[in-house]
Design a protein around this ligand. Structure first.
Ligand code: 6PG
Length: 250
């Protein structure tokens, strides 16, 4: 589904409505809600709006668990850290328990170690949650199913830190992987969730803005085979719902 908006404020308001709705239903159904946050700048307004009292008071913060789709290999307080952006825009403003904030930690001896540690953390978390958070895919390898994954898309069609031409696009086993420096902006090393994990989600929402990204979306919608070869975002095909919130402005 594609929903078009004039500006990012409207798109952000729609995103917040989805988050509040899905959080409520997940907690009612199974007692907890798992949300993967997107990085970059587009989601900032969504996070700020979610922290506004009228929205925040609707959220079951004690039962919410927040994760990240990717992280730059930077300190948590670095202005270009995805955690830092979400912390300033949302986490520091709402009563989510600290142990429910599942940051991709950095500063280890190398990004590969960081990726291994985050995958282990995810396995421990979903093991603790039992079957409620897991789904077996066709290969009988249980894949966790996040209730909602928020994603952005770059003007090259990357999503999370899955960039065009990356060998990670063919990764079938790892849930989390390291991305060498030199790609993306900033061109630092990164840690990213992989396609099997992202595609296990019950719900995926893309938040995009601007005409260039809208043109990529058009290709994804109208020429999917071509898009899959060009744009990693085209490979996001969750078992559950996929919604694009596309703002013309931006
Ligand atoms: C990152 C992001 C990345 C982002 C896109 C879009 O760490 O860079 O996770 O995938 O979502 O680059 O970024 P903007 O929303 O800033 O255009």
């Amino acid at each position: 589904m594609v929903r078009e908006f004039t500006n990012i404020q409207q798109a952000s308001s729609a995103a917040v409505a989805y988050i509040v709705d899905l959080a409520g239903s997940a907690v009612r159904d199974k007692g907890f809600f798992t949300l993967v946050l997107a990085g970059g700048s587009t989601p900032r307004q969504t996070y700020e709006l979610l922290s506004a009292a009228a929205n925040a008071e609707q959220m079951p913060w004690q039962q919410c668990h927040f994760f990240w789709g990717d992280e730059r290999w930077l300190p948590a307080n670095h202005p270009e850290s995805n955690f830092c952006m979400a912390d300033k825009a949302l986490l520091s403003r709402v009563p989510i328990p600290a142990h429910n904030i599942h940051r991709i930690t950095t500063g280890h001896k190398n990004p590969e170690t960081g990726a291994e540690l985050y995958e282990r953390h995810l396995r421990d978390f979903f093991h603790l949650q039992g079957r409620a958070g897991m789904k077996s895919n066709v290969k009988d390898m249980a894949i966790p199913s996040f209730d909602l994954v928020l994603l952005g898309m770059g003007t090259d069609g990357h999503t999370a830190s899955l960039f065009p031409g990356s060998s990670l696009l063919e990764e079938k086993k790892k849930w989390v992987a390291a991305v060498p420096e030199g790609v993306g902006s900033p061109p630092v090393a990164r840690i990213t969730l992989t396609l099997p994990l992202l595609n296990g989600a019950e719900n995926v929402i893309f938040l995009t803005s601007g005409s260039r990204k809208r043109a990529i979306l058009d290709t994804i919608l109208t020429r999917p085979e071509e898009a899959v070869e060009l744009y990693p975002a085209a490979r996001i095909k969750p078992a559950g719902n996929l919604v694009w919130l596309a703002s013309a402005e931006g």
